[in-house]
Design a binder for this molecule. Sequence first.
Ligand SMILES: Nc1nc2c(ncn2[C@@H]2O[C@H](COP(=O)(O)OP(=O)(O)OP(=O)(O)O)[C@@H](O)[C@H]2O)c(=O)[nH]1
Ligand SMILES: [Mg+2]
Length: 431
Amino acid sequence: MTEIINLQPEKERVIIGGLSHKTANFDYTMNELKELARADNMEVVDRVVQNLDKMEAATYFGKGKVVEIAELAAGLDVKVLVINDELSPSQIANLEKQTKMRIIDRTELILEIFADRAKTREAKTQVEIAKLQYELPRVHPSANSLDQQHGGGGLANRGSGETQMELDKRVIRKRISELKQNLLTLEKSAETQRERRQQSGLPKVALVGYTNAGKSTTMNQLLAAFDQLDADKKQVFEKDMLFATLDTSVRTIQLPNKQKFLLSDTVGFVSHLPHNLVASFKSTLAEAADADLLIHVVDYSDPHYREMMETTTQTLQEIGITNLPTIIAFNKADLRADTNYPEVVGNDLIYSAKDPASIEKLAELIKKRIFADYQSVELLIPFADARVLADLEAHTNVFEKDYTEAGTRVKVVLDPVRHNKYQKFVLKEKV
Ligand SMILES: Nc1nc2c(ncn2[C@@H]2O[C@H](COP(=O)(O)OP(=O)(O)OP(=O)(O)O)[C@@H](O)[C@H]2O)c(=O)[nH]1
Ligand SMILES: [Mg+2]
């Protein structure tokens, strides 16, 4: 692939910082913060850590540490400090004043990355809502642009800060409600599409997991292996970067025995995803919520893969996705020297999305799980029962069809309910 060079803006040099006592898995979250900063085109030149039981109400770090950071930053000529937690508006204001640096907290950083990556109208709207909700309590009389634009200073403007701030907040609230309205309309058409798919009667499988685990790659390889018709056209975007995917894509996969299922690729997770953002993306993740089977893709080559799994489970819980049948798919086994793959372990799989034998194995596991109760049968449907044929053609997998004098003879894969219902038409079981 060709890369256009020199178009990237210069990297912002930043220091990252956090409180080590406050956060579980502190090292992991700091490494993750570094990756997030890099994803936002920053270069991390140093990190500062303080071991505090709880964050300092006014300045997050303790007083001494703040002085130390200001000196360090001056020495390194760094103007931005990225904090591992979400800060209150006043903590940000105080820290900015005392360090003379721009402060970015974890939430703002994640929101910036999402805003940068959002491509479709739905994703853009979702991110903008989350951003405005984050900004709303942070509108500050002295630190807002509207105030500076309108207030010329001097007597006329004295005492109007409060009013101006209220005005700004009202504008933001109005914008949020407009965007929510737009989103509703967008979601409705997504909902209609989903309903249509629901009626197709095909089983639904969703890829979920931590960002960069290889969900999109897995989807593309399944498409390439099984849906030869127009695989290239339907490939989804995959890339070695955080949050490459923000929108859910759904594709139909057809296995060699003509059984079909729907596969969806979803947004990846990271720890402490901002609450507003998760809420905003809830509808995008609805595909996962009504799946018959989840494939939880894990980057098995990452030393922190266990924490990443935990993060994924927690985020799914937060949006109400619990207790769905799941295959844990331990990906990127090719990057581990000590691991054989593909290897099935109980319900789960160790594999590499880039290895055809692995993809074959994954498809086999999916098939076993979702089609366990399905059976291929041969039916003879008298012409008088045209409605039965119409139902089969619309909702099941008819893979052979002949017209005979007695009626239409079909070979079809039936779910248990239809199998029972159409028992009287069965010519032969297990074809
Ligand atoms: N070596 C190796 N690299 C892989 C494998 N699977 C995926 N990758 C790479 O991992 C990177 C991320 O893959 P994606 O498929 O975009 O990951 P994702 O889970 O969709 O990520 P988000 O959309 O950001 O949540 C890409 O550079 C892939 O080429 C694998 O089995 N082995
Ligand atoms: Mg992806």
